[in-house]
Ligand binder design. Structure first.
Ligand code: COA
Length: 180
């Protein structure tokens, strides 16, 4: 089967219902990989407020909060956060894809496209990311996009009831065309 076309764009308040639907359906699957969510997180009104906050971070220049779109449908999120300028010029990458759309290359392509946003629109030269040590699909997404791991932070993040080790990843954006 030909993979669906993947694109990324800035999140919009109009994406609230789609994101809420994904969070509601995938709550169990995401609990292992995403921080605990407050009550009502998976409602369109909560998501609309969250998107407004995300867009405020974009206006302030500290983040690029995106969505992943496949064939016109919002299927996940990708974000550049903690943007540092001055002598660092780097950003932190995060992403998720809703379960019905996983395994079709969307995360790999979305990360590649977002690395282009980082080098182009955002003028950054370094991308960083963290993954839990047992999140093998996420390791593949980063390796597919030229990231290298440079260390393990022990008991780095509290997720799903325990402190988890995380691998730290880096991608020098001066290393040529990112993504595939
Ligand atoms: C991680 C995640 C974003 C991957 O999304 P996706 O769209 O399915 O990713 P892709 O289709 O680009 O596939 C990524 C790779 O994972 C591989 N993969 C999938 N399931 C796997 C598994 N159980 N074990 C090992 N590799 C696996 C795929 O084969 C592919 O590798 P390849 O390109 O070498 O063939 C998605 O699973 C997700 O949202 N998970 C929950 C949230 C999360 O973990 N976010 C990342 C936090 S760091």
């Amino acid at each position: 089967m030909t993979p669906s076309r993947t694109s990324v764009r800035l999140v919009e308040v109009a994406d609230a219902a789609a994101l809420a639907g994904h969070f509601a359906r995938d709550a169990k699957e995401f609990a292992r990989w995403q921080p605990a969510r407050p009550e009502g997180f998976d409602t369109p009104s909560h998501q609309a407020g969250r998107i407004e906050q995300l867009l405020a971070t974009h206006s302030a220049g500290s983040a690029w909060p995106g969505v992943i779109v496949a064939d016109g449908e919002v299927v996940g999120q990708v974000a550049v956060s903690s943007i540092s300028r001055g002598p660092l010029r780097k950003g932190f990458l995060s992403y998720w894809v809703a379960t019905p759309f996983q395994g079709q290359g969307h995360a790999t392509r979305a990360v590649g496209l977002t690395l282009r946003v980082m080098t182009g629109e955002l003028g950054l030269r370094r991308a960083e990311a963290h993954t839990q040590t047992d999140n093998l699909p996420s390791h593949r997404v980063l390796k597919n996009n030229g990231f290298s791991s440079w260390g393990i932070a022990h008991a780095h993040i509290f997720m799903d009831g325990a402190w988890r080790d995380e691998i730290f990843w880096e991608r020098n954006l001066a290393d040529g065309e990112p993504g595939r």
